[in-house]
Ligand binder design. Sequence first.
Ligand code: PLP
Length: 392
Amino acid sequence: MSDKPLDFDTLAVRAGQERSQFGEHAEALYLTSSFVFKDAAQAAARFSGAEEGNVYARFTNPTVSTLNRRLAALEGAEDCVSTASGMSAILSTVMALLKAGDHVVASRSIFGATQQLFGNIFARFGIATSFVEATNIDAYRAALQPATKLVFIETPSNPLTEVIDIAAVAAVAHAGGALLAVDNCFCTPALQRPLELGADLVIHSATKYLDGQGRVLGGAVCGAKALTEEVFKFLRTAGPTLSPFNAWVILKGLETLKIRMQAQSAGALELARRLEAHPQVARVFYPGLPSHPQHALAMRQQQSGGAIVSFEVKGGRAAAWRVVDHCRLLSITANLGDTKTTITHPASTTHGRISAEARAAAGITEGLLRIAVGLEAVADIEADLSRGLDGG
Ligand SMILES: *Cc1c(COP(=O)(O)O)cnc(C)c1O
């Protein structure tokens, strides 16, 4: 027997599990809000922290702790704190590590709610954010201020799949005395491990690929214990804690994460190639295609291109809507990360509330469609899209 560290595939199925006295094979689901103590002294010791153990599920729950250990193992992190949603993972990180007067630098093409959180909500509490062009490393450097405590990026971005050089941004952030947090939602640790590239924190919306089957909301923050410990202290006080039921669902999702990501990425690459050859398609955005501006970086930084493909239909909004409205198989929904393929028209939905000028500046054109490729046969997905593309 060697003590070689376990492979990712093995950790995804096994890491973090501790069996109870019943010897259950599957991970146990502990649906309990509180825990009992054997006597007054133990209660006192648990509350003071002198004795480790569960007290109340706003703090810890064994099913949630199993998920935390497994996700930490998959990200190569010292520790992980899971949260009620992806947004509460970001909220908890900022509330735990920043204070009024601090400054944030964030990539411009981040998830809409993340942009609102930094741009409007944190701003009201004295934490200002400068948004910079996602792929321009000099822009991050130029935006740093003495008060900058955090650099926040999302790569690949949504919906245009811009790829940001994590190692380069980490070097800039660290030179300026700031932490780098990476939202790893699109790639997951199966395809990209930001901590190995120099990031300090990885943020997840577990709602997407980690669950992978569109069932529950969840989030997580992974990183060094010195940082996650602070996130945990915020969480146990403020309460955006992950439900044990959701933790259990996500645990089962993690067991198939890598094979899903590989299969969905392979499907996305095939679909991207076919769309690129279609006469009604003006442009395809997919990191796995040689035509992608950051293709070389993506192939270095990621295991594959991921499962999100965006493309621009010739003919603007009318043509894009025709494609959407002729879909019989694809789900018309803004969600992603499901085994069922979804289609979104960003300009009228996820990016509908920003001004037309801001949308144009961000490259979200009226003909743009985003596909989150699931596990259906690529030929069936292509046929569904062709109905509207080929003239309706
Ligand atoms: C969905 C999403 C979030 C927010 O996660 P919720 O679980 O919906 O709160 C954050 N970042 C990215 C990239 C997302 O796609």
